[in-house]
Design a protein around this ligand. Structure first.
Ligand SMILES: Cc1cc2nc3c(=O)[nH]c(=O)nc-3n(C[C@H](O)[C@H](O)[C@H](O)COP(=O)(O)OP(=O)(O)OC[C@H]3O[C@@H](n4cnc5c(N)ncnc54)[C@H](O)[C@@H]3O)c2cc1C
Length: 185
């Protein structure tokens, strides 16, 4: 559907023999932690990509809404469209702030699985919604390859899946919140 900048291919390992020198990360027994550290960066990365996509979709939508006229005025002056733009702008801002907060925490070296999971979950869900709203604002043109929104519409779903699906983020967030807010019995 999208994500054309990176090739996706099959990798087959059949009777592959490796020596101790081939150990990734260098330290035996730490593989899971090294992998999880990478996943946290990846989640902030996906959140940032979702913010980029959403901002672009918002820019395209708000521009088109001021150009296209129906019933004697730009569609941006129809309340249904301006409310849609208000929702889109609010989601773009909220996702961006959450992503920056998670990225700063990651840079600080502190534990950030909760925050990066929340940022990835929120930014990718909002991205899908903002892209869908921009697509609707474009009317029939949104479905045409001549308009950029068609590509964004195909790119957005990938962010709901990569670096852990939305369901997996909700699982992580739920578990971590129950750790933080555990009641004393
Ligand atoms: C082109 C492409 C590139 C990709 N690149 C990357 C990448 O670079 N990095 C990366 O991390 N991922 C990447 N992914 C995503 C990754 O490959 C997997 O698709 C993703 O981790 C989901 O796993 P799955 O496809 O096996 O789905 P499944 O695990 O089979 O999930 C199917 C459905 O079941 C749900 N589900 C599964 N288990 C549970 C559970 N325990 N509780 C609740 N719901 C559950 C899922 O949320 C989903 O809705 C890429 C995917 C594609 C298509």
């Amino acid at each position: 559907m999208g994500y054309k900048g990176v090739d996706t291919t099959e990798l087959i390992m059949d009777n592959l023999q490796l020596s101790n020198d081939d150990l990734l990360g260098g330290e035996p027994g730490k593989g899971f932690y090294q992998m999880m550290d990478g996943v946290e960066v990846g989640r902030v990365n996906v959140a940032a990509r979702a913010c980029g996509l959403a901002i672009r979709a918002f820019e395209l939508g708000i521009e088109y809404a001021q150009m296209r006229e129906t019933f004697g005025k730009p569609i941006s002056e129809h309340q249904a469209v301006s409310f849609r733009l208000a929702d889109m702008g609010t989601k773009v801002e909220a996702a961006h702030q959450m992503m920056v907060m998670a990225a700063k925490l990651k840079d600080s070296g502190a534990r950030n699985d909760l925050e990066s999971g929340m940022a990835k979950y929120l930014a990718s869900e909002y991205c899908k919604e903002v892209v869908e709203d921009s697509f609707r604002i474009h009317g029939g043109y949104g479905y045409s390859k001549e308009y950029e929104i068609e590509r964004l519409y195909r790119e957005a779903p990938m962010l709901l899946i990569g670096e852990g699906t939305a369901d997996i983020q909700r699982m992580i967030i739920g578990r971590r919140l129950l750790e933080d807010y555990k009641i004393k019995k």
